[in-house]
Design a protein around this ligand. Structure first.
Ligand SMILES: Nc1nc2c(ncn2[C@@H]2O[C@H](COP(=O)(O)OP(=O)(O)OP(=O)(O)O)[C@@H](O)[C@H]2O)c(=O)[nH]1
Ligand SMILES: [Mg+2]
Length: 242
C-alpha cells in the first residue's frame, strides 16, 4: 500500500511548487494566496535498488516499486479554525495520511506576497501547528462526549481504554500542543492511530530556501531557525522525523 503525506503551510509559501517538484503533476503555482483551493493529489514511485537487485537474481514478471502519495492542500492562516481565510475544513482531506510535510517560507523576495507581511519561520510554524492542534481538539471533543458515555458501561472495555487515551490527549491539545509529544504505550498507540489526529503524525519540516542559499543551506538564517525548531520538537516527540 502507498505511503501517504499531506502538505501543509501558510498560503503562498511554495507548497504547490514542492508538490510539483516531487510529483511532476503540474498543479497551479501562483503568486497570490489561496491559489490552491481543491486538493491536488499526486503519486510518485519510490525506486528501491534492493528490489532491482532481487529482480536480477530472481527475475519477476513485473517489477512494482512502492509508491508515495502526496496531497497538496489550501494554505492555512492564523484563525483558520474560526473561519479566517478558507477556514480549516479542508484539513479533513489529510486526516488519514501517514505523515505531514510542513512547508515553511525561508526566502526573501519582495515580489512574492507574504500573508503575514514578514518572513518569520518560527511564527509561521507555530501558527500552523496551533491550527492543527485546534482542528484535532475539535475532533477529540466530538469523540470525548460519545466515548465518555460508552465508557460508563462496565462491559465496554474498548471505550474505557479509548477514554483514558482521550483524557491524556485533550489537555495537551487545549494548551496548543501536539499529540506526538505525549508518551503512549503500545496499546495506546494503536488507539491514537485510529483517531486520525494530525498532530499525532510524524512531521517533516521543509525549509523553502532561496536559490542563492542552495549551495550552503546552513548559511541561511531562516534554515537554522527551522532546523532548531525541528530538533527541539524531535527531542520532545516520541516519533518525529525531521
Ligand atoms: N523567490 C522564490 N519564490 C518561490 C519559491 N518557491 C515558490 N515560489 C513562488 O511563490 C509563489 C507561491 O508558490 P506556490 O507553490 O503556489 O505556493 P502555495 O504555498 O502552494 O500557495 P497557496 O496554494 O496559495 O497556498 C509562486 O509564484 C512561486 O513561484 C522560492 O523558493 N523562491
Ligand atoms: Mg498551492
Amino acid at each position: 500500500m502507498a505511503l501517504t503525506a499531506g502538505i501543509v503551510g501558510l498560503p503562498n509559501v511554495g507548497k504547490s511548487t514542492l508538490f510539483n517538484a516531487i510529483t511532476k503533476a503540474g498543479a497551479e503555482m501562483a503568486n497570490y494566496p489561496f491559489a490552491t483551493i481543491d486538493p491536488n493529489v499526486g503519486m510518485v514511485e519510490v525506486p528501491d535498488k534492493r528490489l532491482t537487485r532481487i529482480d536480477t537474481l530472481i527475475p519477476a514478471k513485473k517489477l512494482i516499486h512502492t509508491t508515495f502519495e502526496f496531497t497538496d492542500i489550501a494554505g492555512i492562516v492564523k484563525g483558520a479554525s474560526k473561519g479566517e481565510g478558507l477556514g480549516n475544513k479542508f484539513l479533513e482531506n489529510i486526516r488519514q495520511v501517514d505523515a505531514i510535510v510542513h512547508v515553511v517560507r525561508a526566502f526573501d523576495d519582495d515580489n512574492i506576497t507574504s500573508v503575514t507581511g514578514t518572513v518569520d519561520p518560527l511564527d509561521d510554524i507555530e501558527t500552523i501547528n496551533l491550527e492543527l492542534s485546534i482542528s484535532d481538539l475539535d475532533a477529540v471533543n466530538k469523540r470525548y462526549t460519545k466515548v465518555e458515555k460508552m465508557a460508563k458501561s462496565a462491559k465496554d472495555k474498548d471505550a474505557q481504554e479509548e477514554f483514558e487515551v482521550l483524557k491524556k490527549i485533550k489537555p495537551v491539545l487545549e494548551e496548543g500542543g501536539s499529540v506526538r509529544t505525549i508518551d503512549f504505550d503500545e496499546d495506546e498507540q494503536k488507539i491514537v492511530k485510529g483517531l486520525f489526529l494530525l498532530t499525532s503524525k510524524p512531521v517533516l519540516y521543509v525549509a523553502n530556501i532561496a536559490e542563492d542559499d542552495m549551495a550552503d543551506p546552513e548559511g541561511s538564517k531562516y534554515y537554522k531557525v527551522i532546523e532548531d525548531y525541528a530538533k527541539k520538537e524531535k527531542r520532545r516527540s516520541y516519533r518525529c522525523f525531521c
